[in-house]
Write a protein that binds this ligand. Structure first.
Ligand code: FES
Length: 575
């Protein structure tokens, strides 16, 4: 934490006379009815991300009250403040485009306003990484609270939840298996209330890996948004923030290289969202650490998928909470974790695991010796098509497609795909490999979740459920299929993906971690000579210009280059 001043004296506005600055500050905040006794306490900021556009954060006002209660019970002064809030479906062109803006907003408000610690209330996919990126850079003691998963709905007797079932029903509608009335009916049931998506999507994944990272109260990841448990966790988080402030325990003391290894181990064991790799890389990067993709793949060879949640499995986050939450997973992984890592409570991960409630019979988390899937949920691919790496969520892929050689059918952009994919005349068979270009960090821009390329309608209508699909885009954590993502370098900066043409042969071999474009080098070089980077409207001003000028590739977390300290070192140096 910068400086030794605390409470209201922290970060005084510059008027040239610090005592006058404090006098003026107190005069203004007393306009809200505060006493000197209250203003002499340590101050706990509460990042309030409630928004009329964000149903995933609909309970934030309740959580703010519960956090305030915890802070005051511990003798400090809670001060909520608003920040940017991002919802996946209400962010044009894509929420990822705005994540770094939220991170900058959070960092600057945490640094600019007087607070001895901050409670970050997030939940929806991009909000948690944005808040932790910002807090890491601000260097102020911080603890994450998530809004928690939504409950499930029911459609004609079938349990449903956002958003794996959103995609499943939409796929059935595209295949004409269900009619207009049924798709309208299910639309009312997929999001039955407040909270984050109830499957192992990005929000659930980030909640679990952040608890494993040590930046959240133990047990804080899985409690449903509308549960009493969630409010008790919020109260405990408020108390925790007061302790963090007293100890001046900053994020860099918790988010260490070894803690990131713990997070990656949990990410693999939960069959988590591929997006988490990008976010963890960005969070680590803020603390000068490089997330090592090949090290991640090596961890994946020995960490199997244990959690039976959609989209890889059958159940929902509320079921994981009933099964004991993250502690049940950590218990199985105990021998694979760095248990000496510090957490926000001031105790180690191992001490917190020892203090967790005892296990009980459950069927959501499999034992390590009888996993759901024998390897980690994700694999890192390399080859001449992805020299900087690519990701596949192998646990959600079709096993028979993990080794596949096929003819490429190329779409040059999201718009090109939208225009041609469902054309009955499109030259495509189920043995082809669909390739989508220009959907990476700079290409779209913002690396949208366009990697879940729909099955062409004429094939879907014939019952084709999965094909190999390759792009430099991301994919929603709630989606499934044999989908290769985050191809680096992206096509828009001249990566090999941008040189693929329809009719080329691509060879995928996930067990060998290879992805190759079978085209002669001189042919590729000739194509490279005629490569033209895509242009974007309104690219010469504002945030879009900043984004396009400075965004890093997926392997660096898509952060902005000027927000990452230069002394980045590898996270694989943990021992
Ligand atoms: Fe917010 Fe899924 S849309 S968590």
């Amino acid at each position: 934490m910068s400086g030794t001043a605390s409470g209201m004296r922290k970060g005084l506005t510059s008027y040239g006379d610090s005592e006058f600055s404090l006098f003026l500050r107190k005069a203004f905040i007393k306009g809200m009815g505060y006493s000197d006794d209250a203003l002499d306490r340590p101050i706990i900021g509460i990042a309030d991300t409630s928004s009329g556009y964000n149903a995933c954060h609909a309970t934030v006002p309740d959580l703010v009250e519960a956090v305030k209660r915890g802070v005051m019970l511990a003798g400090a002064l809670p001060v909520p403040f608003p920040t940017i809030s991002i919802h996946e479906s209400f962010a044009f062109p894509t929420s990822m485009f705005l994540r770094n803006l939220m991170a900058m907003d959070t960092e600057e408000l945490v640094r600019a306003q007087p607070m001895d610690a901050v409670v970050l209330i997030g939940g929806c996919d991009k909000t948690v990484p944005a808040q932790l990126m910002g807090a890491a850079s601000a260097g102020v003691p911080a603890v994450q609270l998530v809004t928690g998963p939504m409950l499930t709905g029911s459609h004609r007797g079938e349990r449903v939840g956002a958003c794996t079932d959103c995609r499943r029903f939409w796929g059935r509608y595209r295949a004409t298996e269900i009619d207009e009335q049924e798709i309208a009916d299910v639309n009312n049931q997929l999001v039955p209330g407040a909270g984050t998506c109830g499957v192992m999507g990005t929000a659930s994944t980030m909640a679990l890996v952040v608890e494993a990272l040590g930046m959240m109260m133990p047990g804080g990841a899985a409690a449903p948004a509308v549960s009493a448990d969630r409010r008790r966790i919020a109260e405990a988080t408020g108390r925790c923030a007061v302790d963090l402030a007293a100890a001046r325990r900053t994020p860099d003391q918790i988010m260490t290289a070894k803690a990131f290894e713990n997070a990656l181990t949990v990410l693999l064991a939960i069959g988590g969202s591929t997006n988490a790799i990008v976010h963890l890389a960005a969070m680590a990067g803020r603390l000068g650490l490089n997330l090592d993709l090949d090290g991640f793949d090596r961890i994946g060879r020995r960490v199997p998928v244990l959690v039976d949640l959609k989209p890889s499995g059958q159940h929902y986050m509320a079921d994981l909470h009933d099964a004991g939450g993250l502690a049940t997973i950590l218990r199985e992984l105990r021998d694979l974790l760095h248990l000496d890592c510090l957490t926000v409570t001031g105790r180690t991960l191992g001490e917190e695991l020892g203090a967790a409630p005892p296990p009980w019979p459950q069927s959501i988390v499999a034992p390590l010796d009888s996993p759901i899937y024998p390897e980690g949920g994700m694999a890192v691919l390399r080859g001449n098509l992805a020299p900087g790496g690519a990701i596949i969520k192998q646990s959600a892929a079709t096993p028979g497609l993990l080794r596949k050689t096929g003819r490429a059918v190329v779409f040059s952009s999201v718009e090109d795909m939208a225009a041609r994919l469902d054309d009955p005349e499109l030259d495509v068979t189920e043995d082809d490999i669909l390739v989508l270009q220009n959907t990476g960090p700079k290409g779209a821009p913002g690396m949208p979740e366009a990697g879940y390329i729909p099955i062409p309608r004429k094939l879907a209508a014939r019952g084709v459920k999965d094909m190999v699909r390759i792009s430099d885009a991301r994919m929603s954590g709630t989606a499934s299929g044999t989908i290769i993502l985050h191809v680096t370098p992206e096509s828009a900066v001249g990566g090999p993906l941008g040189l693929v043409r329809t009719g080329d042969v691509i060879e995928l071999d996930v067990p060998s971690r290879r992805i190759e474009l079978r085209v002669e080098p001189d042919v590729l070089e000739a194509r490279r000579q005629t490569f033209v980077a895509p242009s974007h409207a309104d690219a010469d001003r504002g945030y879009k210009k900043l984004f396009l000028d400075t965004v890093l590739q997926a392997d660096r977390g898509c952060d902005f280059d000027f927000l990452v300290p230069p002394e980045a070192g590898p996270t694989d140096k943990a021992d």
